[in-house]
Design a protein around this ligand. Structure first.
Ligand code: ATP
Ligand code: MG
Length: 157
């Protein structure tokens, strides 16, 4: 069914704002409120929620996370950029494998099962969408989501 995508973002951000504040990490947002897509609000909230959970978990106090949505060539694009520890190049391709965690011994203390991104990729594919990672060690990570926009003439809300 048609989903107002900014509502998904606002619901997730509302949930994570107190967690970010407690951790001393700022979340800066730049949202496009005109993006309508076809899909499942709760599943998409789960995807963005996992990405924010990761960004917060791997970013230190005093740094920021930037969340931006915009439309590009018929897609709703979401960029979630953190200023955290980053991900080594050789791990980038494996992130969406089930149970994959970067440098297991180091990250065990952070909790997590390594399923979040596998689930995120699955949900994005079910929506005809995509998930892409770019990262620079000790600079930060940017996750980009693409979801097909519902063409203007196909909804009436
Ligand atoms: P879960 O999401 O199941 O609780 P998880 O967060 O460890 O556990 P994923 O979300 O699948 O699992 O992430 C896989 C691994 O990718 C993480 O363990 C971490 O090593 C790395 N990772 C993911 N996002 C980031 C990020 N923003 N910055 C640095 N490393 C990241
Ligand atoms: Mg995770």
């Amino acid at each position: 069914e048609p989903v107002v995508y900014s509502q998904v973002l606002e619901d997730v951000l509302y949930r994570f704002e107190p967690i970010a504040q407690a951790k001393g990490v700022a979340i800066e947002t730049d949202l496009d409120f005109d993006l309508i897509i076809l899909g499942d609000h709760d599943r998409l909230e789960q995807v963005v929620g996992n990405l924010l959970d990761n960004a917060l978990r791997y970013t230190e106090a005093g740094k920021a996370i930037h969340v931006k949505t915009f439309s590009e060539e018929g897609y709703a694009i979401t960029e979630i950029r953190d200023e955290g520890r980053g991900i080594p190049r050789e791990d980038l391709d494996k992130l969406t494998e089930r149970f994959y965690r970067v440098n297991k011994s180091r990250t065990r203390e952070d909790g997590g099962t390594g399923l979040g991104l596998a689930i995120a990729k699955h949900i994005m594919e079910r929506h005809g969408g995509s998930i892409h990672f770019a990262s620079e060690v000790s600079q930060g990570t940017t996750v980009t989501l693409g979801l097909p926009l519902l063409p203007d003439d196909e909804f009436d809300i």
